[in-house]
Design a protein around this ligand. Structure first.
Ligand code: PEP
Ligand code: MN
Length: 337
């Protein structure tokens, strides 16, 4: 349920309500808006039924949340969430571009790709050090060494780092190197991983599972938020359909649908959606037109030699051309880039 407070509610009154919620064995999530504060109550609400919440000082109204996901829902928070990740706003008027290789390979190569995507206008460097590969014989990533290369590239370029976690035990290592933790499509319903990442104070980008509905996707985001971490970014990266012409089918309608259902920022990954380099740019443009808050794109200076996903990697020069086109589309939909 949502407890809507009067604009005049004092800190003391808020503290009293929160204490009662705790006593009933439930969790409260306080959201301070510009005009008023609301308290989201999560857990089995029957425990609160004996409390006349409306009689508490400071309370204006009590509303049920109808969606199965609570903290993630637009019902819980009307305004879009804008995350501030070390000065980079995600979910605001300015679109966020994340780019880089699929996996971290060599240090010099990573730093040179980072430099090039930065010059083109990216603000966040992507690169996996732990790779979820279909085959156990495929390149699995450099592990901690890869994370160190990312940190090195960050020092040289100032780009922030997004990188994937696969094992909850790696969280302390991730805290040292990542600015945003990525949870990949294959782990969208790894609930222990979601809860672990949710117990840290670090932005998380959750990718939609290969065959997850939007409801399941938002419920997975709810796991992270329910564990205490409200810095969640959603990412649509294509879903499995009967179509084989592309690696996956990009569900662009996820952007306006999620916009309606949730207040969280939504990023599009056209690279994993289409799986072929020449199809990435058209879908990137469509994503900006559809209202995405940003893109994550795979870029490699030598796709032929890439350890992973070379067939969908853009060359830095093509990424730069795309950025110029995206700027014009962004302006047409009242965004900046
Ligand atoms: C990735 O971004 O490198 C990746 C593995 O993507 P996904 O989880 O969407 O397949
Ligand atoms: Mn990839």
């Amino acid at each position: 349920m949502i407890i809507v407070l009067k604009p005049s509610a004092t800190e003391r009154e808020i503290g009293h309500i929160v204490a009662k919620i705790k006593e009933a064995g439930l969790k409260s999530h306080i959201s301070k808006g510009e005009e008023r504060t609301i308290i989201g109550v999560v857990g089995d609400e029957r425990a609160l039924q004996s409390q006349p919440l409306l009689a508490f000082p400071g309370v204006e109204g009590v509303l049920p949340i109808l969606a199965p996901y609570k903290l993630v829902s637009r019902e819980f928070k009307k305004e879009n969430t804008v995350l501030d990740v070390q000065g980079i706003q995600i979910g605001g008027k300015r679109l966020v571009m994340m780019a880089g290789p699929c996996s971290v390979e060599k240090q010099d190569l990573l730093s040179s790709i980072a430099q090039e995507v930065k010059e083109a206008g990216a603000v966040i460097l992507r690169g996996g050090a732990f790779k979820p590969r279909t085959s156990p014989y495929a390149f699995q990533g450099l592990g901690e060494e890869g994370l160190e290369y990312l940190t090195e590239a960050k020092k040289k370029t100032g780009l922030l780092i997004i990188t994937e976690i696969m094992d909850p035990r790696d969280m302390p290592m991730m805290m040292k190197h990542a600015d945003i933790i990525q949870i990949g499509a294959r782990n969208m319903q790894n609930f222990r991983l979601l809860a672990e990442v949710g117990s840290y104070n670090k932005p998380v980008m959750l990718k939609r599972g290969l065959s997850a509905t939007i409801k399941e996707f938002l419920l997975s985001a709810e796991y992270i938020m329910a564990a205490g971490n409200s810095q969640v970014i959603l990412c649509e990266r294509g879903i499995r359909t009967f179509e084989t012409a592309t690696r996956n089918t990009l569900d662009l309608s996820a952007v306006p649908v999620i916009r309606e259902l949730s207040h969280l920022p939504i990023i599009i990954d056209p690279s994993h959606a289409v799986g072929k380099t020449h199809l990435v740019a058209p879908m990137a443009k469509a994503a900006v037109a559809a209202g995405a808050d940003g893109l994550i794109i795979e870029v490699h200076s030598n796709p032929e030699e890439a350890y992973c996903d070379g067939e969908q990697a853009m060359l830095p020069k093509d990424f730069k051309t795309l950025m110029a086109q995206l700027r014009r589309i962004a302006a047409a939909v009242d965004r900046e880039l």
